[in-house]
Ligand binder design. Structure first.
Ligand SMILES: C[S@@+](CC[C@H](N)C(=O)[O-])C[C@H]1O[C@@H](n2cnc3c(N)ncnc32)[C@H](O)[C@@H]1O
Length: 250
């Protein structure tokens, strides 16, 4: 049976675990999640006074990682449809002195309230998999990205090589749900949902294909930490990239 990814269930589920979300993220990943976000910022750095959208921002960890690299004049928007997550994100941004240029907006990734071509970078960490209509989410990310800008998706994936694959599957499918459930006390079983949703979600070339179908070009991916997480990056074509692609095709 496929996991229920209806908007109302997803929103309630993340609302329910929001108070323990950051703790469990860092604890269950042994802190490696911070490194994955750091790598994302390194691989897709902002230039000049960039405007950045962190979509499905949760409590804003990727937005905050970007804030460290942003030149004066830059701005970051964190968008998520889970109110409880955004409340915690705003509080965290204020605590680290980034409330001035990091704004949080309540919005559904499938219908963003921003004009076309608004952001130099549109990023999404561990959120896309939860969006009910993934392709619609990807099309929205592409639409609001500026021509010549980049779309970055950080997602869980499955290690392909043994023995890492076996060890990880045991941890991810047996240890993590139990610890996550014990700490979060999620009524909607959020930490059983996690491995199931990852198992059902496209990774590697399959996700790259979906990004291309959403209108992105030059899509590439980098597996990290034995393939436990993968960073996917695509560009929105400007005049030059479109021409280059056409020239390649001739
Ligand atoms: C696993 S959390 C990731 C949070 C954060 N990006 C991080 O790196 O920790 C997934 C987030 O996606 C959000 N989300 C899922 N579907 C969404 C949608 N359709 N629109 C906006 N946010 C969504 C959830 O509310 C949740 O906060």
């Amino acid at each position: 049976m496929t996991v229920d990814k209806s908007e109302s269930r997803i929103r309630r589920m993340f609302g329910e675990i929001a108070p323990r979300y950051d703790f469990l993220n860092h604890f269950l990943s042994f802190g490696i999640d911070k490194y994955w976000r750091w790598r994302t910022v390194r691989r897709v750095p902002p230039t000049g006074d960039a405007s950045i959208l962190d979509l499905c921002c949760g409590t804003g960890d990727l937005a905050l990682a970007y804030a460290k690299k942003l030149a004066p004049g830059g701005r970051i928007l964190g968008a998520d449809f889970c109110h409880e997550m955004l409340v915690l994100g705003r509080r965290k941004a204020a605590r680290v002195g980034e409330a001035g240029r990091l704004t949080f907006v309540e919005a559904d990734a499938q219908g963003l309230p921003f004009p076309d071509h608004s952001f130099q970078i549109v990023c999404n960490a561990f959120g896309l998999r939860n969006v009910t209509d993934t392709d619609r989410g990807l099309r929205e990310m592409t639409r609001v990205c500026q021509p010549g800008g980049q779309v970055a998706v950080l997602e869980f994936s499955m290690p392909r090589r043994q023995p890492m694959r076996g060890i990880y599957l045991w941890f991810f499918c047996h240890v993590l749900p139990r610890v996550g459930q014990a700490v979060s006390r999620s009524k909607l079983d959020a930490y059983n949902y996690l491995p199931k949703s990852v198992g059902e979600f496209d990774d590697g070339q399959a996700l790259c294909r979906r990004m291309r179908e959403a209108g992105l070009v030059d899509v590439r991916f980098w597996p990290m930490t034995f393939g436990v997480a993968t960073l996917y990056v695509g560009a929105k074509a400007d005049g030059r990239t479109q021409n280059a692609e056409r020239a390649d095709g001739v």
